[in-house]
Design a protein around this ligand. Structure first.
Ligand code: KG4
Ligand code: ZN
Length: 360
C-alpha cells in the first residue's frame, strides 16, 4: 500500500482562520483561531474585518500547526486550501497564502471546496465507505448530500433561505441569550416545555427535502413579543419554554426531511447504509438523539464526527485535499477563489443564489 501523504490544510472561508496537518487518517495538528470577539458588536460576520484578520493570522496559524505536528514545511507533501465557497476576502487570503508557499517550495497545490471538506469528514474520522448520506447543518449551510466520491455529490435538498444555525443565533438574540446562539438556546431549553409555544414547521408537509427556517425566526419574534405584551417582560421560564419550543420545531423539520432523504438514499441499495452529520448544529443533543433514533429504525449506521471536526477546521480541508490528490486532482498558481461553488453541479441552484449562479 502506498505510504500516506502528509498534507498541510488551510481554511479561511468565513470567520475561522485554521491550519492543520493530516497524514492518512491521522490529524497530527489542527489549529483554529476564531473571530467571534471581533464581530461581536456587529450582529454578524463583517467580511472586510474577517479578511483582514485572516491575512494577519494565517502565517502564525500555519507555523503553529507545523510546530504542533513537529514538522517543517520541507516534510509536507502537498498543500490543500479552501478555494470557495465563502466570503471572497477570506477565501482570497487563504488562496494567496497557499500560492505563496507553493511558489516558494514547489509543493503540489489542491484547491478544495469547503463543503467537500465537511462532507468528507466522516471518511477522515470513521473511514465510512461510499456512498453515504450526509446532512450538513451549520450557521451558513443546510443540505442533504449523497456522497459517492471525493468529487461526486448528489444534493437531495437544502434550505431555501436561512441555515438552522443562523436561526439559533437569531433566536438567542431575540431571547437575550449569549452568542453563539446554538449552545445558549440548547442550555436554556433544558428546563423548558417544547410544547409551550405552537411554532410553525415550515415546508414540513411539502414533498421533497427542501427546508425553510426564516419564517420560524419571525414566529419566535412574535411569540416573544406576545409574552412581553401580556406580562411586561420575559421570565427565565419563558426563555426556557421559548428555547425548547424553537428547538423542537427545528428538530421536527430536520427529522422529517432526513426521513425522506434516507428513503431516496436507501433506494440506491448501499452495501453498508450510513448517515453522517456535520456542522455546528450537529452538536445539538436533542437534534442528534432524534436523528440517531431515526437511523436505528432503518438499520442505517449513524456517524457524528467529534465536534472539533464538525465545525470549521483545516483538518477536513487537508483530508479532502489528500483524497482529491489521490484521484489526480492538482491545481497550479492560476487557482482562483470562488465565492460560489456548488458541490452538485447538476442540481438546480437553491433560492437566493443570485445572478452569479449557485452559491452552494
Ligand atoms: O459549523 P459552524 O461552526 O460554522 C459555520 O456556520 O460554518 O456552525 C456554527 C453554528 C452557529 O450558528 C451556532 O449557533 C450553531 O452552529 N451551533 C449550535 C450548537 N452549537 C453550535 N446550534 C444548535 N445547538 C448547538 N448545541
Ligand atoms: Zn463550514
Amino acid at each position: 500500500m502506498a505510504q500516506a501523504l502528509t498534507i498541510l490544510g488551510i481554511e479561511s472561508s468565513c470567520d475561522d482562520t485554521a491550519a492543520a496537518i493530516v497524514c492518512g487518517h491521522e490529524v497530527l495538528s489542527s489549529v483554529v483561531y476564531g473571530q467571534t470577539a471581533l464581530h461581536a458588536d456587529f450582529g454578524g460576520v463583517v467580511p472586510e474585518v474577517a479578511a483582514r484578520a485572516h491575512a494577519e493570522k494565517l502565517d502564525h496559524c500555519i507555523e503553529e500547526a507545523l510546530a504542533a505536528a513537529k514538522l517543517t514545511l520541507a516534510e509536507v507533501d502537498a498543500i490543500a486550501v479552501t478555494a470557495g465557497p465563502g466570503l471572497i476576502g477570506g477565501v482570497l487570503s487563504g488562496v494567496m497564502c497557499a500560492k505563496g508557499l507553493v511558489a516558494a517550495t514547489g509543493l503540489p497545490l489542491i484547491g478544495v471546496n469547503h463543503l467537500a471538506g465537511h462532507a468528507l469528514t466522516p471518511r477522515l474520522t470513521d473511514q465510512v465507505a461510499y456512498p453515504y448520506l450526509m446532512l450538513l447543518v451549520s450557521g451558513g449551510h443546510c443540505q442533504f448530500l449523497i456522497v459517492a466520491g471525493p468529487d461526486q455529490y448528489q444534493r437531495l435538498g437544502g434550505t431555501i433561505d436561512d441555515a438552522p444555525g443562523e436561526a439559533f443565533d437569531k433566536t438567542a438574540r431575540i431571547l437575550g441569550l449569549a452568542q453563539p446562539g446554538g449552545p445558549a438556546v440548547e442550555t436554556a431549553g433544558t428546563d423548558g416545555d417544547p410544547k409551550a409555544f405552537d411554532l410553525p414547521r415550515p415546508l414540513l408537509n411539502q414533498s421533497g427535502c427542501d427546508m425553510s427556517f426564516s419564517g420560524l425566526k419571525t414566529a419566535m419574534l412574535r411569540a416573544r413579543d406576545s409574552v412581553i405584551a401580556a406580562q411586561g417582560g420575559l421570565t427565565r421560564q419563558d426563555q426556557a419554554d421559548l428555547s425548547a419550543s424553537f428547538q423542537a420545531a427545528v428538530a421536527d423539520v430536520l427529522v422529517e426531511k432526513t426521513r425522506r432523504a434516507l428513503a431516496i438514499y436507501l433506494a440506491i441499495n448501499p452495501a453498508k447504509p450510513c448517515f453522517a452529520i456535520a456542522g455546528g448544529v450537529a452538536a445539538n443533543k436533542v437534534i442528534r438523539a432524534r436523528l440517531m433514533q431515526l437511523c436505528a429504525g432503518s438499520g442505517t449506521e449513524f456517524i457524528a464526527p467529534p465536534l472539533a471536526l464538525c465545525t470549521d477546521n483545516a483538518a477536513m480541508i487537508a483530508y479532502a485535499g489528500a483524497e482529491l490528490l489521490a484521484c489526480g486532482q492538482r491545481d497550479d498558481l492560476s487557482l482562483s477563489a470562488r465565492p460560489r461553488w456548488p458541490l452538485d453541479k447538476s442540481a438546480t441552484p437553491m433560492l437566493g443564489s443570485g445572478k452569479k449562479g449557485a452559491k452552494a
